[in-house]
Design a protein around this ligand. Structure first.
Ligand code: HSE
Length: 400
């Protein structure tokens, strides 16, 4: 039998206990031994909960219990999760986590501590919730050169964009309804501005390259400026608008960014709707492969944490190699990133627009109230300078 502890008995932590309780037999078969929740750390008490007798308010109870070999860190945030994780790993106790903030901020350091102490820091649940992704990058695609990763990594924004697309409603109205229904946080900044997806793509980028992509180096642009008019144009183009988190290798440099993109209806990611997440990976041998599912929620996220617990239980005393190091990634200067851009500007600017953006594909007809076009592929810097000279209403990057 392996005894484990859960740090944080909120949505995901209580989900971990539920998954272990519900799938007890399957888990025992797959782990080769029973997994038992011995302690739960939380500030609160949980009278009436089936695990109420295991709740402790003192982390040292867990740390000093020699029977605890694995900890599930489902507290979220950096403090005190960072200190607790370091202390546990330094004593050879494996940590399985759903904490994307901590993994993005300190992943390589915590992996190194785990390696030095022959235990594991596993974080399958930190990106894409229940969707298998970390193991895919660490194990399954290791024969590949991964050339591009494109993901919908935030359920809240995908839900909002899907509603805007289907109902033609403005952003503010859809966000308000999503908050009332509990689909969006009361403070939705991290989701809406792309910071959450930025942390997740930084983690995937680091696993692909083996070097550290700091989440601060991921350019992020949110969905707050996307309008019902943009969706009307996207519909005419047989396209949708998605918040993409992308990672690319260009020459010997890399970049990651999060931004809304107009994506052709034929692209597999264009039909990923609602709260679902998906990641589309282009490899040099396998070609394209895609992973889809629930990127958040109690049981999907807890299932990924428990999958890690089973893996950790089969590797007690051994470190599973994860090649994410502290070496900084060679990040491509943002100005040199190349895309096509969908542009809206006022009528009357046709000549100047086509002079600045030579070869642009015009989308608006003669009777349209705006002049609308898609540029050829160009650098961010070139686009920014020409758009400033023209004076535009808005622009969205295009993915084909
Ligand atoms: N706020 C996140 C989302 C939760 O909307 O996807 C899962 O990380």
């Amino acid at each position: 039998m392996v005894n484990i502890a859960i740090l944080g008995y909120g949505t995901v932590g209580s989900g971990v206990a539920e998954v272990i309780g519900t799938n007890k037999k399957e888990i025992k078969n797959k782990a080769g031994q029973e997994i038992m929740v011995k302690h739960i750390l939380d500030l609160r008490d949980f009278p009436g909960d089936p695990y109420e007798d295991r709740v402790t308010h003192d982390f040292n109870t867990i740390l000093n219990d020699p029977e605890i070999r694995i900890i599930c860190e489902t507290m979220g945030g950096l403090k005190p999760a960072y200190d607790f994780t370091k202390e546990a790993l330094s004593r050879g106790i494996s940590v399985c986590t759903s904490n994307k903030e901590l993994v993005a901020a300190h992943g390589p350091e915590l992996i190194k501590i785990a390696r030095e102490h022959k235990c594991n820091y596993l974080f399958e649940a930190a990106v894409g919730g229940g969707i298998p992704l970390i193991r895919v990058f660490n194990n399954c695609l290791t024969a590949e050169r991964i050339e591009a990763v494109t993901g919908i990594l935030n359920g809240t924004t995908n839900y909002i964009l899907t509603k805007m697309q289907n109902e033609g409603s403005p952003f503010d109205e859809v966000l308000k309804t999503a908050q009332e229904k509990g689909y969006a946080e009361r403070n939705p900044e991290a989701d809406i501005e792309g910071y959450d997806a930025g942390r997740k793509i930084a983690i995937l980028a680091s696993l692909v390259s083996g070097k550290n992509m700091r989440y601060e180096d991921v350019y992020t642009e949110g969905i707050g400026k996307i309008s019902a008019t943009d969706f009307a144009y996207a519909k005419k183009m047989n396209s949708s608008i998605k918040l993409f988190a992308i990672f690319r290798e260009v020459g010997r440099k890399y970049y990651a960014m999060v931004a809304p993109f107009i994506v052709d209806g034929a692209h597999p990611l264009s039909s990923v709707n609602g709260v679902f997440n998906a990641v589309f990976v282009h490899c040099n041998m396998l070609d394209d492969t895609m992973y889809y599912g629930r990127g958040a929620g109690k049981l999907p996220t807890a299932s990924a944490v428990v999958g890690d617990v089973i893996d950790a239980s089969k590797h007690i005393g051994t470190h599973i190699i994860c090649r994410w190091t502290e070496d900084p990634m060679d990040v491509l200067d943002f100005d040199r990133i190349r895309h096509k851009f969908f542009v809206r500007c006022e009528k009357g600017k046709e000549d100047k627009a086509l002079e600045l953006f030579k070869g642009a594909r015009v989308l608006s007809g003669a009777d349209a109230i705006e002049f609308v076009f898609v540029t050829n592929e160009m650098t961010e810097k070139d686009f920014r300078e020409k758009a400033a000279e023209l004076g535009i209403i808005s622009r969205i990057r295009v993915m084909e």
